[in-house]
Design a protein around this ligand. Structure first.
Ligand code: S3P
Length: 432
């Protein structure tokens, strides 16, 4: 299915952005191994998170729901049982990598698989430390499917991760619950810290200092109530649309503004955007705010240091659209990780921006974008949800119609995206 968007969109109004994807995966997994019944409010019902829900169900957890309130009767740390089929995590790297950390501690065998995009993604980054902890895992030349042989004795690990990745950190920390002794882990830069923030709600003690975390094995999770606010990495598409529009005013209430996630806000503000956070508060250990964006400001290009990459890791496709609308040349370095996301996001964005008439130079771990006049055309998302939404939101500035190919996977993170976009006045159609 393709999206077709008309130009001259003036983003206006208020929408409810669906729940945070990272926290939804974690809350579902932790609830499944907790003692008692957990309640998750605001669980993201996207295909990625529903795949995680189906996986924990197949492992024995009982899940029921009414609207977006999910009740999970956990099986306790050692009460899950073998699934009678392979666990299909669909498009979700988070689902697969975190679940691998959970399954290496079980007494039974499991097989994790996914869609063709997931089967191209690197898994050595989690299997290496998990194997060092004593896990028995086989993969297919570093890619899925992953076979996990249970019943191993795990031991605590002192691990210095070569990459700043919350998925690696979380897989290790979840496995550490099942390990004998203490696990310590450091990363080159602090990646998103949702696992560290959520563990205490489930009764887990975790120590943190800068980029280091440590956790003692043998702790048990107890059921919790988790409140999940809107996903900043879904909100970002409409934030950028409003920022690049000649005229716009949008309001996005109840968004998670965890400081490890909102690098894109800082970057857009540095470019000259008018974005205001109000009603700042905290739920389930996470900072939340309402976001108001006023469009119509001139944007200036930036040269960004490599350290900016991690805090905006999922938000670069949207930021590249903002860069295309800025005055001057934007340079972003240290973004090699984008090449191993749901698709190669540097290549897909560079190709699409060029179709729309923007000058782009892409290297292995960097991109240079010259701001200019964005026209219309047909661009390919390559089945990547964030590329599809980024190009749809370019309609706030583009001078022609944009057709975005292969948009079905938008449902992996933002169900009802089209409706939300229409509620903000975007003339968008789905074409099969
Ligand atoms: C996620 C971590 C990030 C991010 C992904 C979700 C998570 O990946 O890109 O969308 O929930 O832990 P990396 O850990 O690979 O950077």
């Amino acid at each position: 299915m393709d999206y077709f968007v008309e130009p001259d969109w003036i983003p206006q109004g208020e929408i409810a952005v669906p729940g945070d994807k990272s926290i939804s995966h974690r809350a579902m997994m932790f609830a499944a191994i907790a003692d008692g019944e957990s309640e998750i409010h605001g669980f993201l019902q996207s295909t990625d998170c529903l795949a995680t829900m189906n996986a924990v169900r197949a492992l024995g957890a009982h899940v029921s729901h009414c609207a977006d309130v999910f009740k999970i009767r956990g099986c306790g740390q050692y009460g899950l049982s073998a699934a009678d089929h392979d666990l299909d995590l669909g498009n979700s790297g988070t689902g697969m990598r975190l679940l691998a950390g959970l399954l290496v501690g079980q007494s039974f065998n499991s097989c994790l698989c996914g869609d063709p995009s997931l089967h191209k993604r690197p898994m050595g980054r989690i299997t290496d430390p998990l194997i060092q902890m004593g896990a028995s895992i086989e993969d297919s030349a570093g890619k899925p499917p992953i076979y996990i042989y249970g019943g191993q004795r795990l031991r605590g690990l002192n691990y210095c991760s070569p990459i700043a990745s919350a998925q690696v950190k979380s897989a290790v920390l979840i496995a550490a619950l099942y390990a004998q002794g203490e696990t310590q882990m450091s990363e080159p830069q602090l990646s998103r810290d949702h696992t560290e923030r959520l563990f205490p709600s489930f009764g887990i003690t975790i120590q943190r200092e800068n980029n280091q975390v440590s956790l003692c094995g043998g702790q048990h999770l107890r059921a919790a109530r988790v409140d999940i606010a809107g996903d900043f990495s879904s909100a970002i598409f409409f934030i950028v649309a409003a920022v690049i529009a000649r005229q716009a005013s949008i309001f996005l209430p109840n968004i998670n503004v965890n400081p490890t996630r909102i690098g894109a806000l800082d970057i857009l503000r540095q470019m000259g955007a008018d974005i205001v956070l109000t009603n700042c508060r905290e739920h389930s250990g996470e900072p939340i705010a309402d976001i108001k964006v006023n469009g119509g400001k001139d944007l200036q290009a930036l040269t960004l240091p490599a350290q900016a990459a991690v805090r905006a890791i999922d938000d670069w496709p949207a930021l590249f659209i903002a860069a295309a609308c800025a005055q001057g040349v934007t340079k972003v370095r240290g973004i090699a990780e984008l090449r191993v996301k749901e698709t190669d996001r540097i290549a897909a964005m560079a190709e699409g921006l060029q179709v729309l008439g923007i000058k782009v130079q892409a290297l292995s771990d960097s991109i240079t974008i010259e701001g200019g006049v964005m026209g219309g055309g047909t661009v390919d998302s390559y089945g990547d949800h964030r590329i599809a939404m980024a190009f749809s939101c370019a309609a706030a500035r583009a001078q022609g119609e944009i057709r975005v190919r292969q948009c079905d996977n938008v449902d992996t993170s933002f169900p009802y995206f089209v409706q939300a976009a229409r509620d903000l006045q975007l003339p968008i159609r789905e074409i099969s």
